[in-house]
Design a protein around this ligand. Structure first.
Ligand code: PML
Length: 282
């Protein structure tokens, strides 16, 4: 599901022109539209009607406001989804964007990401316009290798099995974080981390009111980072760090085309300090 809205006339009234990149990042958007919300999943055929209805309801009551258009695409999978486990979830103790940056540096360095790659990634998630998809950055050289820097890579064909979602909801409820935003980000991060050539992911939401981001790796799990940015900041994005030896096309095909279904849930923890997370990992 993709919901979009015509851009407000405010831009014109102030004599501003939209950035030549704004709105082009999503292939479904024109220069005059902006993204409101999006979601996807993998479901059995008999749930189709209920799911389409629930996506329409979600699109109509998103915190970013009412959409002018809701597009829903239904696709039959021709390949059985690969079943994977969700990454374990933990929330890093963090009280400010400055602390978040220093902790992200420590976590990503421990995951094998070089200073140069980290600098490239931070500039991607802080700059405007926001890419709709993710950037691919080599984990040592910091080289960007996504084929289209405006569109980026859209991790797609992913979902969570109904029983696993119930278990996940129960776990997340213990820590008051049982929301679609957390569950969907976790499903995406779990698909991404499953690829042997992806070393880590950094994500900052571009929602100006959502200030929790995450770092995810196969071995650390899904580490939520509160206060990753200041409120009202609409910058954000995703960076997938690749091994230098990765074949970019193969990774992109996996991310965009291979169906992956989360069917196992690992234990979730509450808050932990950086040291607890690093020690837990050893
Ligand atoms: C997004 O999809 O916009 C990013 C969501 C990040 C969720 C982080 C969390 O709260 O776990």
């Amino acid at each position: 599901m993709r919901a979009s809205r015509k851009k407000s006339k405010g831009l014109k009234a102030k004599g501003k022109r939209p950035s030549p990149l704004a709105g082009c990042a999503d292939s479904h958007l024109t220069l005059h539209e902006e993204h409101v919300s999006g979601a996807e999943g993998i479901y059995p055929k008999n749930m189709l009607h209920a799911i389409v209805q629930s996506y329409i309801d979600r699109a109509r009551r998103h915190s970013r406001g009412k959409p002018d258009a809701i597009q829903i695409t239904v696709e039959r999978l021709t390949q059985k989804p690969r079943q994977v486990a969700a990454l374990p979830v933990v929330t890093l103790k963090c009280t400010s964007p400055a602390q978040a940056e220093s902790r992200i540096r420590s976590l990503l360095a421990a995951a094998g990401i070089s200073e140069r790659s980290l600098t490239a990634a931070l500039s991607i998630v802080r700059n405007r316009p926001v890419m709709r998809g993710a950037a691919l950055v080599h984990s040592r050289s910091g080289k960007r290798v996504e084929p289209d820097r405006i569109r980026g890579i859209r991790a797609s064909r992913l979902g969570i099995a109904a029983a696993a979602e119930k278990r996940l909801s129960r776990q997340l409820s213990k820590f008051n974080i049982n929301t679609n935003t957390v569950k969907e980000a976790l499903v995406l991060a779990s698909k991404v981390a499953e690829h042997p050539d992806i070393v880590a992911e950094l994500c900052v939401s571009d929602d100006p009111h959502y200030t929790t981001g995450y770092v995810a790796t196969a071995s650390f799990g899904y580490i939520r980072i509160p206060h990753i940015k200041k409120k009202k900041n609409a910058a954000g994005g995703r960076v997938f760090f690749l091994k230098e030896t990765a074949d970019t096309q193969t990774v992109v095909r996996y991310l965009e085309r291979t169906p992956v279904l989360v069917s196992v849930i690992q234990p979730c923890r509450g808050e932990a300090s950086l040291h607890e997370i690093l020690d837990h990992h050893q």
